[in-house]
Design a protein around this ligand. Structure first.
Ligand code: FAD
Length: 387
């Protein structure tokens, strides 16, 4: 009898409470039974499986940390479990639960929270987060060109946003724009269908194809002062949201690597060449062990990362170092997973090719390796090397 296929080599789940472990298994069951059977087809078509939203809502996990239902460690475990089966669904959830709801929870007024968060928790209201622009990605902190002009009790927004996840169907979009009067970055809750707001789906992505990314155009788009994120006064406030979500992306990278590793391990144990399972060859075992070593280091890192978050001790550089390390090591793990599967490693149906592609997007979004490295570099040296 062969040992179980398990990417949690140090049994880090043992650090969770019984209730948390049960929730982890519930999310895993949902992903394996509702998502796994349809995921390759939707990924290939580059469409979103809207029919899963009510079933995902039934898990009652959206907004769990904001309600105080569970810890950031648990939120990370959920992201990992989702990404272990599919990184697009995990990203959809991360945009909703992290970027969009996180911005409203962290920076919204009481009235804004009451208006949006309950419906968003039930996934009846879908959110998006629009920071990146066609010409401004890494340099968003000082370089946003989308403008906001206060006119009476309204704001008028002009500009474009690119890569915005969920944008094609979102009901509410957190849009970041520069106030032309005080030159500070502010956040606006733009409602779907607002005059002057339009969105176009981005096509032909080679990664996270289920995620519906959009290019948004704002042309004299009017937003009421009551829909300006009340406590977002400068990019420093935007960064508070990004710190939290970057920690989530580190977990998502771990899930991506874990999914690829577990699929590859299972495959090598049953695939035979030269009359023997390929898993019995030393060179294949070396790949598997190096994958598992990195995966174990990554998991240990993100558990502690989220403990810091739960203790209120998380700094930007803590989230950034984990995002860099995990997304970099994930790229190595998924490529080895593909390698040990030979030709089948590039076929969608063998469930590793998708992880190889998706790892590329995870590597670049929520701050590239360079930008997150510069955040850590600034923290440890005292010198900013951004410009
Ligand atoms: P650029 O900023 O043009 O960078 C190109 C290269 O230059 C990178 O390697 C970068 O690291 C490097 N570079 C830049 N500046 C420096 C420097 N100072 N020193 C050294 N190297 C540097 N954005 C949103 O707002 N909302 C979303 O929902 C969203 N979803 C996304 C989903 C996907 C699938 C992807 C791919 C992106 C998404 N993004 C989203 C955008 C994402 O955050 C940006 O792609 C990312 O910030 C990088 O910006 P960029 O692509 O414009 O690259």
């Amino acid at each position: 009898e062969l040992p179980p296929v398990n990417g949690d080599f140090y049994d880090l789940s043992a650090m969770l409470t019984d209730e948390e472990r049960a929730l982890q298994l519930k999310v895993r069951h949902f992903m394996e039974t509702e998502i796994q059977p349809i995921v390759n087809e939707y990924w290939f078509k580059a469409e979103f499986p809207f029919e899963i939203i009510p079933k995902l809502a039934e898990l009652n996990i959206c907004g769990g940390t904001f309600r105080g239902d569970y810890s950031f460690v648990m939120e990370g475990v959920i992201a990992m479990e989702m990404a272990r089966v599919d990184c697009s669904i995990a990203t959809f959830f991360g945009v909703q639960n992290g970027l969009a709801m996180g911005a409203i929870h962290t920076l919204g007024s009481e009235a804004q929270k009451q208006e949006w968060l309950p419906g968003m928790e039930q996934l009846k209201i879908i959110g998006a987060f629009g920071l990146t622009e066609p010409e401004v990605g890494s340099g968003a902190a000082g370089g946003l060109t989308t403008t906001a002009k206060r006119v009476g009790d309204k704001w008028v927004l002009n500009g474009q946003k690119k890569w915005i996840g969920n944008a094609t169907f979102a009901d509410v979009l957190v849009i970041w724009a520069r106030d032309v009067d005080d030159n500070q970055v502010k956040g606006f809750l733009v409602r779907k269908g607002s005059p002057g707001f339009s969105v176009e789906k981005m096509h032909d992505k080679m990664a996270l194809r289920i995620v519906q990314n959009g290019i948004i155009t704002l042309k004299d788009c009017e937003v009421a002062e009551s829909d300006r994120l009340a406590n977002a006064n400068s990019f420093k406030d935007t960064a508070k949201v990004l710190q939290m979500t970057r920690a989530g992306v580190a977990w998502l990278a771990v899930g991506c690597a874990r999914g690829a590793y577990e699929n590859a391990l299972a495959y090598t144990r049953q695939r035979k060449q030269f009359g023997k399972p390929i898993a019995s060859f030393q060179l294949i075992q070396n790949h598997l062990v190096e994958m598992l070593s990195n995966l174990t280091a990554m998991q240990t890192m993100v558990y502690r990362l989220s403990q810091l978050q739960d203790e209120g001790l998380l700094e930007d550089e803590h989230a950034s170092i984990a995002k860099v390390f995990c997304s970099l090591r994930t790229r190595d793990i998924v490529s080895r997973a593909r390698e040990v599967m030979g030709g089948n490693g590039i076929l969608l149906e063998y469930n590793v090719a998708r992880f190889v592609a998706d790892a590329e997007a995870i590597y670049s979004y929520e701050g590239t390796k360079e930008i997150n490295s510069l955040i850590v570099g600034r923290a440890i040296t005292g010198f900013s090397a951004f410009v």
